[in-house]
Ligand binder design. Structure first.
Ligand SMILES: O=P(O)(O)OC[C@@H](O)[C@H]1O[C@@H](OP(=O)(O)O)[C@@H](O)[C@@H](O)[C@@H]1O
Ligand SMILES: [Mg+2]
Ligand SMILES: [Zn+2]
Length: 179
């Protein structure tokens, strides 16, 4: 049976983003409807994985324990709604470290695909930044832009051909669950 895999960016898609980075669990605040959307997708048989840049680690704004606490909180909130979150992959590196995982490079998407032993072709990758969409395009996944977070600013840029646009994660869940 083909795995129904959906990959999400984190900041600006699941939780509010900030130009000052999300530096603590207290600053990690879910966007309206995002927790419910993930839980509904999970209960409808979707595997929801996450690929997130976290250069704030390299910049020293917060540590790995804090990052893990944010993700534990996310998992706890989704579990309270009867759903579950799949693999969470993050890039802790800074923009100048030349790693393979920082979006727009597709390294994290490849890691997720290998973990679930699936191809990335046409798998929806939902993000609010151009780098998210470019990462998707690089591995023939489906770039999906949400207007939350930095999404409306991103929408004004030149997007990869075929990018789908939705208001928010709740609208994406409705589309995937009911179609
Ligand atoms: O949207 P995801 O990938 O989940 O995470 C984005 C964050 O890591 C941060 O990425 C930073 O970009 P730089 O890493 O400084 O270029 C800035 O855009 C911050 O506002 C943002 O919070
Ligand atoms: Mg983002
Ligand atoms: Zn990296």
């Amino acid at each position: 049976m083909l795995l129904k895999l959906l990959i999400l960016d984190r900041d600006g898609v699941i939780n509010y983003d900030s130009d000052a980075y999300i530096k603590s669990v207290e600053e990690w605040i879910p966007l309206p409807g995002s927790i419910e959307a993930i839980a509904q997708l999970s209960k409808a048989g979707w595997t929801v994985a996450i690929a997130t840049n976290q250069s704030g680690i390299a910049r020293g704004y917060y540590d790995l324990a804090t990052l893990d606490a944010m993700h534990a909180r996310l998992r706890e909130l989704v579990a309270e709604q009867g759903g579950e979150v799949g693999l969470i992959v993050y890039c802790p590196h800074g923009p100048d470290e030349g790693c393979d995982c920082r979006k727009p490079k597709p390294g994290m998407l490849k890691t997720i695909a290998q973990h679930y032993n699936v191809a990335l072709t046409n798998v929806w990758f939902v993000g609010d930044s151009l780098g998210d969409l470019e990462a998707a395009k690089a591995v023939d996944s489906q770039p999906v832009l949400v207007k939350t977070g930095k999404g409306e600013k991103t929408q004004a840029k030149t997007l990869p051909v075929g990018t789908l646009i939705f208001d928010d994660l709740a609208a994406i869940a409705a589309e995937l669950i009911h179609n």
